[in-house]
Write a protein that binds this ligand. Structure first.
Ligand code: NAD
Length: 335
C-alpha cells in the first residue's frame, strides 16, 4: 500500500488523542474512515470535523461501540459496511485503550479486569471481526496499538505499578508478532503492524477514568488525589515551579489546569504520533516505535533485559529525556 487515497479505514477510539488524529489525517489524505468510540459525542465531533476538511469523495462516519463487547464490535462492522456501501475494509487501527488497574495487590479486581478487557479483548475482537474484511480487500493492514508497556512492565522508580495495563499490552504485542507469521502463511494479502508509543500527550487519564466508571478528578478526596501523584512526579512539579515544596491537595486541584498547559500541550502531541504511525504503515514497517522515549526503552531492554528493572540504571537511561522535558517545561509561566 503506497497511499491511503480511495481506501476505507476503521479506527477504534476515534473520539480523542491518537485515534482522533488518525481519523483526521487519514481523511485529509483521501481515505474514508469509520471511527468508533465508547463516547458518542467525542467521536461525532471527530467525524464531523475530519469530514468537513476532507477532499471530495471521502466519507467519515462515527459509530458508538465498546470494543470489549464482541456483539458491539460485530454490530459496528455491519453498520460501517452498510454506511460505506462496501464489502471490505482496507485498514483497521485498533487504537482504543485505557490506563488503569495499576496494582494487582491493592486495586479493585473489577478495575483490573475491565482495563484488561478493553485493551486486550478489544484488539482481539476487532481482529476476529475485521480480518475477513481485510482479506477481502486484497491488500489489508491491521494496525494494533500497543505501548512501551508491552515490552517494559514498569513506569520507573517511584511511579505506581502498571499491572493490568502492561499485561494487556504484552498480550497485544505477542498476538501481533505471532500474526506476522500466521498471516504470511495463511492470509498473505493482509499484514499486521504493531505500534509502540512512549508517553504521548492526550486525555487518556480522564478518558480512562470515564471508561472504567471511576470518579472524575474533581470528585476525589484529598488523600486520593495526593496518592495519584508518585514521588518522581512530585519532584518534577516542584522543580518546574508549578507547585511549592509543601503543596496541599487544594494547591494540586487548583494547579490541574496549569499542568495541562505546562505538560500536555507542550509534550509529544497526538498529531505527531499519528503522522509517525501513518508514515510507518506506508513504509511497510511492521513495528513502529513512536517517539524518542520508545526508541530508547526498546534499545535498553533489548541490550540488557534486566537493566531497566534496576533503579540504579534509571538516571543513565532516562536522564537525558527528563532533562529535555524539564528544560521545555521551565519555559512556562510561574503559578
Ligand atoms: N497516551 C500515551 O502516552 C500512550 C502511550 C502508549 C500507548 N498508548 C495507547 O494508545 C492508544 C490511544 O491512547 P490515547 O492516549 O490517544 O488515549 P485517549 O484517551 O486520548 O483516546 C482513547 C479513546 O478510546 C476510547 N475508549 C476507551 N475505552 C473504549 C472502549 N471500551 N471502546 C471504544 N472506545 C474506547 C476513549 O473514549 C478515547 O476516546 C491506547 O490504546 C493507549 O493504550 C497511549
Amino acid at each position: 500500500m503506497d497511499s491511503f487515497t480511495g481506501k476505507l479505514a476503521v479506527v477504534t477510539g476515534g473520539g480523542s488523542g491518537m485515534g482522533r488524529e488518525l481519523v483526521r489525517q487519514l481523511a485529509a489524505q483521501g481515505c474514508s474512515v469509520a471511527a468508533c468510540d465508547i463516547n458518542p459525542d467525542s467521536v461525532a465531533v471527530t467525524a464531523a470535523t475530519a469530514w468537513a476538511a476532507a477532499p471530495p469523495g471521502v466519507q467519515v462516519t462515527s459509530h458508538v461501540c465498546d470494543v470489549s463487547d464482541e456483539a458491539q464490535v460485530l454490530r459496528f462492522g455491519d453498520e460501517l459496511l452498510e454506511q460505506h456501501a462496501s464489502d471490505h475494509v482496507d485498514l483497521v487501527f485498533s487504537n482504543a485503550g485505557v490506563f488503569g488497574g495499576a496494582s494487582f495487590v491493592k486495586d479493585p479486581r473489577q478495575e483490573w479486569e475491565r482495563t484488561f478487557a478493553i485493551n486486550w479483548w478489544g484488539v482481539y475482537f476487532c481482529a476476529r471481526t475485521f480480518l475477513p474484511l481485510l482479506i477481502a480487500s486484497g491488500d489489508g493492514v491491521l494496525v494494533n496499538t500497543c505501548s512501551v508497556a508491552g515490552f517494559w512492565a514498569t513506569a520507573g522508580p517511584g511511579a505506581p505499578p502498571i499491572t493490568a495495563y502492561s499485561t494487556s499490552e504484552f498480550a497485544i504485542k505477542g498476538f501481533s508478532e505471532a500474526l506476522v507469521e500466521d498471516l504470511r502463511a495463511n492470509a498473505p494479502q493482509v499484514r499486521v503492524v504493531v505500534v509502540m508509543p512512549g508517553l504521548v500527550s492526550t486525555d487518556i487519564g480522564t478518558n480512562s477514568r470515564r471508561a472504567l466508571g471511576l470518579p472524575e478528578w474533581e470528585q476525589l478526596s484529598d488523600a486520593e488525589l495526593m496518592e495519584m501523584i508518585p514521588d518522581a512526579g512530585r519532584a518534577v512539579l516542584v522543580a518546574t515551579g508549578l507547585l511549592a515544596d509543601d503543596f496541599s491537595a487544594d494547591d494540586l486541584r487548583r494547579a490541574i489546569p496549569r499542568l495541562k498547559d505546562a505538560f500536555q500541550d507542550k509534550g509529544f502531541t497526538a498529531a505527531r504520533a499519528a503522522t509517525i504511525i501513518l508514515d510507518g504503515v506506508l513504509s511497510g514497517a511492521w513495528r513502529i516505535l513512536v517517539g524518542d522515549e520508545a526508541k530508547m526503552l526498546d534499545e535498553q531492554v533489548r541490550a540488557n533485559p534486566e537493566a531497566p528493572f534496576n533503579y540504579e540504571n534509571y538516571p543513565e537511561m532516562y536522564g537525558p529525556l527528563i532533562e529535555q522535558a524539564q528544560a521545555k517545561a521551565s519555559g512556562t509561566p510561574e503559578p
